[in-house]
Design a protein around this ligand. Structure first.
Ligand SMILES: *[C@@H]1O[C@H](CO)[C@@H](O)[C@H](O)[C@H]1NC(C)=O
Length: 248
């Protein structure tokens, strides 16, 4: 569903020669696919901050960038044994590290908790505004879209960035501005690495949570009132009938 470009420094050597030259040899692994089939190993040769040559495992050879670099590359590229040993680092260094990295971090996904609600626009004007919020998910890569009667809504939506909660969890909020129509169905669709398929959350315009609890409190009050007045009425009837029927 999502594609990541991942890279990390696997090794880095720095040499300071006696005549003040500075040589550094950073090495990188690049990959994009989950099965690591596109793994690439890169090693750069940098002298005094100028990259003069680079080994690229996809090319299988060293490319020179300066006059010295080109000369060096010619010599190095004749040494097929050394080139093969380098190429092997794709497996030994890159894939091994990537597997450890993936199992330690990449595979840990946490499902977002999603909520769709109606919000007031700051200026209080129409049309209506819906907000779809996803909370407590990891990794931060997420996609939030809107469906109106089963069709993806184009325009009228704004989304915040994934916001870090500071505890490795993230949250995001997407707003949809729309003109309400009767009988329509609006839902928020969330795509995330923790889900096997995109998840859809329907907007229920009938009632919001606070309204529901207000009605529940009102209904309980009504029932209580009816019960108490019925009890009072029965009590009154008994008392008054007693007064009438029992002679003094
Ligand atoms: C390595 O070489 C391949 C093939 O030419 C190229 O596509 C890739 O971008 C190179 N990698 C880097 C980091 O330059």
């Amino acid at each position: 569903m999502f594609r990541l470009l991942i890279l990390f420094i696997v090794q880095s050597a720095v040499l300071n020669t006696t005549n003040g030259d500075h040589l550094s040899l950073p090495a990188w692994c690049y990959w994009n696919k989950d099965d690591l089939s596109d793994m690439e190993f890169i090693e750069s040769y940098i002298m005094n901050k100028i990259k003069y040559a680079e080994y690229n495992s996809t090319l299988g050879k060293v490319v020179g960038y300066t006059e010295t670099g080109v000369r060096n590359a010619e010599v190095w590229n004749k040494d097929t044994a050394a080139l093969q040993a380098r190429k092997a680092q794709v497996e030994t260094v890159c894939k091994t590290s990537a597997e450890i990295y993936s199992s330690a971090i990449m595979s840990k996904t946490v499902e977002p908790q999603v909520e769709v609600m109606q919000v007031k626009k700051p200026d209080g004007s129409h049309p209506a505004m819906l907000m779809c919020s996803a909370y407590n998910f990891y990794p931060p890569l997420i996609k939030v879209t809107w469906l109106r009667n089963g069709k993806e809504v184009e325009g009228g939506q704004t989304s915040t960035e994934e916001m870090a909660d500071g505890d490795w969890y993230y949250q995001i909020h997407s707003h949809l501005e729309y003109t309400p129509e009767s009988g329509e169905e609006i839902s928020c669709v969330v795509e995330h690495a923790s889900f096997k398929k995109p998840m859809s959350y329907k907007w229920d315009p009938s009632m919001s949570e606070p309204d529901k609890s207000k009605i529940a409190i009102g209904a309980s009050g009504l029932v209580l009132g009816v019960v108490l007045s019925a009890a009072g009425f029965i009590y009154y009837r008994k008392k008054s009938s007693g007064r009438i029927l029992v002679p003094t």
